[in-house]
Design a binder for this molecule. Structure first.
Ligand code: DQA
Length: 145
């Protein structure tokens, strides 16, 4: 089973970006931690980070036939992107939305997500562990008969 892991805008800056909010772990470190969980679960991961909405959408269009689901941190696009929502619905892939920070404890505009109501699940507020919990939940759900 292959899972696509998508990271949205500015997540390439993790480690140096607002460490009080996002911690000090780099994106490479997060991906490495996910690889360990993936090995335990017996699944394969593909990673993509982009600062461009269209690149994430194109990746979904290009990869949907060869992956079973998506773990996505849409970052700022969470709160703005109807197009990303449409792409996820368009390819009919089960996905989990994850956030490092607790978006509900921050500015009011972060409380709305264009993706949450169509996600299999949402995990936020646990730092890099949000990704790991999201991956575990997604794979568990996909394996359930
Ligand atoms: C984020 C939360 C978003 O509101 C923000 O725009 C991000 C990161 C998170 O992981 O906590 O870029 O998705």
């Amino acid at each position: 089973m292959k899972i696509l892991v998508l990271h949205g805008p500015n997540l390439n800056l993790l480690g140096q970006r607002e460490p009080d909010t996002y911690g000090t772990q780099t994106l490479a470190g997060i991906n490495l931690g996910l690889q360990t969980v993936a090995a335990e679960l017996g699944v394969e991961l593909e990673f993509l980070q982009s600062n461009h909405e269209g690149v994430l959408i194109d990746a979904l269009h290009a990869r949907f036939a060869s992956v079973a689901g998506v773990v996505i941190n849409p970052a700022g696009l969470t709160h703005t992107s109807v197009a990303l929502r449409d792409a996820l619905l368009g390819v009919s892939l089960p996905f989990v939305e994850v956030h490092l920070s607790n978006v509900h404890a921050r500015e009011p505009f972060r409380r709305h997500s264009h993706l949450s109501d169509v996600a299999r699940g949402v995990v936020c507020g646990f730092g890099p562990m949000s990704y790991e919990l999201g991956l575990r939940g997604l794979v568990e759900g996909l394996r359930r008969p």
